[in-house]
Design a protein around this ligand. Sequence first.
Ligand code: ZN
Length: 433
Amino acid sequence: MTTILIKGARVLGGEPRDILVRDGLVAETGALAGTAADLTVEAGGLIALPGLVDLHTHLREPGREDAETVETGTQAAARGGYTAVHAMANTSPVADTAGVVEQVWRLGQEHGHCDVQPVGAVTSGLEGRQLAELGAMADSAARVRVFSDDGKCVSDAVLMRRALEYVKAFGGVVAQHAQEPRLTEGAQLNEGEVSGRLGLTGWPAVAEEAIIARDCLLAAHVGSRLHVCHVSTAGSVEIIRWAKSKGWDVTAEVTPHHLLLTDSCAERSPLGPYNPIYKVNPPLRTAEDVRVLREALADGTIDCVATDHAPHPVEDKETEWGAAAMGMIGLETALQVVQEAMVDTGLLDWAGVADRMSARPARIGRLPGHGHPVEAGAPANITLYDPSARLPVDPSGMASKSRNTPYEGMTLPGRVVATFLRGRPTVLEGKLV
Ligand SMILES: [Zn+2]
């Protein structure tokens, strides 16, 4: 299949026009009725966005193929409108050598329903003791540019400084999971009224904010790039806003769940109290934090949405709160949650969504083939989305191997109808191709 005619799509929510895709590129846009094509897609009423890019996905392979594989995780990504994901390094073995990142990269080439860009670990084995082979991973076939110990914080200030210095040589970035370890020992839920009432060990906002403040200062000191993973508190936003006002090279992401859910879910939800489906790292915070995070994403203080898609098998989640694994899946619902939290509230238009979910994450993650506007000459990475759909979230219908979605039974707006990766459909009529 070499030519595709997408008819009547509203690019970034604008006036309907046709999009002709040829040999993996957008050939032409405009009124193209009557143009011959191998496949015609009726896109009346649908929004066309550049293919989404996720800076923060856990694909679990190698090591936890019972939770997710590169194949199922990228199927979930394609279903969610993504054309590229960054695969986090906390696999087993850890992606801390050229060999492991190349293995993940090759799995992506062979089984990926979207592009898979491996993230390299900052420290060997995520142990926080010595730097991993950053240069070798950067030089490998996987061309790693994002380094993260995600799941764990690089809490040692000297190691963090060295990592920031090291990645400058190849234009890399250190993506920090900001969690002061001593302040969060045994932590279960945001430290506040709800954790007090439920008797769950509190997870104070300051444990995140202290690390972010330190790392912004370190990045400025050595003149390097810092990316802050899953910002979850109002105070973190304030610190990032301050760092950006200084002109420092700091970027940040927020997850869909931190834009929609609060710690009160652990107390009151249709799924009952103490339901570990809401247990996540960093924890769900307060309604005021959610309000500030939404505003920060709207004004650009927070650069992008990243899913932190964290699949876990049923036995690791359906247990008591204290013993349950932290994390939730998110690839297949991210765009819907962003519509609910940001678009339907008037905070962001579709051009803004394209910027925060495609252009900026592609730029931060150094993916030159992604994040381009849907216009002639660009790679044909395109998502077609129906914002008028309203469906209850059904985990059993998801492509992910895991079912730990916190939105089960909730009605969310929107539906991804089609996804194209370099002109090849990966999803059509909402189904995997
Ligand atoms: Zn993390």
